[in-house]
Design a protein around this ligand. Sequence first.
Ligand SMILES: [Zn+2]
Ligand SMILES: [Zn+2]
Length: 380
Amino acid sequence: MATKIDFYAVLEVTRTATADELKKAYRKQAMRYHPDRNPGDETAEHKFKEINEAYDVLKDEQKRAAYDRFGHAAFENGGMGGGGGFGGFGGGGLDDIFEMFGDMMGGRRGGGRRRTGNDIQVQVEITLSEAYAGVKKPVEIRTRVTCESCHGSGSADSNAGDTTCPTCHGAGAVRAQQGFFLVERPCPTCHGSGKVVRNPCKSCRGAGTTEKTRTLDIAIPAGVEDGTRIRLTGEGEAGGSNVQPGDLYVHVSVGGSDIFQRDGANIYCRVPLRMTQAALGTEIEVPVIDGSRAKVKIPAGTQTGENFRLRGKGFSVLRSSARGDMYIQVAVETPHQLSPRQKELLEEFEAEAGETQDQEKANPEHTGFFAKVRDFFEGK
Ligand SMILES: [Zn+2]
Ligand SMILES: [Zn+2]
């Protein structure tokens, strides 16, 4: 633990970073070092853990304050329960700090023996349509689970019971000299629990947990946004006998779309119109995020940038019955190429406009602008 990197340095933020800045920095770093994006890269995996650990502390005002004051020492006694690396040490010289902070931090310590299994982080990628409708995603997790043979007790004989660990004498931790430092480690015999079973279970050799690949169906709610973190309490690693399992954190990343842009609960779809469609008026068919089609009436004389709202065709809002809208944003496309006949027709059109039309009504912006230009040159 002596070699731990400063949490602020891990997230590449200053010590005065706001909650927003922290969140942004966390997202950026977590994306960069996520195991899914760096398969088999142990350095990235380690970095990813550090990032989550750092953010877990700094996002919480009280934990951050404790960290600012005491550094890593504030969290190294296994009392915090949260965040990947915090489980582990029991009973040690840091108890004093915990006497001060134990209550303030929600009282989750219990003499250094109250621990949880490790938290697990997984990344789930979903499409924009899946984010719209909500989706169940199977996620494979290789993790420690409660041993089926002994139901987590670690004992082959339910009457045999526990006995104090002979290695650490119940402390759960052992100390060793490492260079200049006196380093404290979780006890290798009892893995920090301070107790060993008398007649260990054959399947798990007394640990109370075995390694297993689990597949969990993660229900991702409709309306979820990119970067959302879903916490499934108790779905993390099993901690062994008398220890609560850790939590599972599901990081949801929502893909983009070539057709739709999302802004919160609203959806925007930019639809290019032919010049004649905009001038004459028409009815167009547009795609809706739910996979259906909708008809939109485009009145004659529609301009670039005009919006047509399709009420309630946006995303649902989490934990609410509200729903966003969809906006069709039209853009008039001037033809890039004309056939000789089209050219002829348009020249005729232009001549007609010049001769007989009320220009102030037909092209009010154009007419208005050049009226101002005339005033400008006349010095008005
Ligand atoms: Zn021990
Ligand atoms: Zn067992």
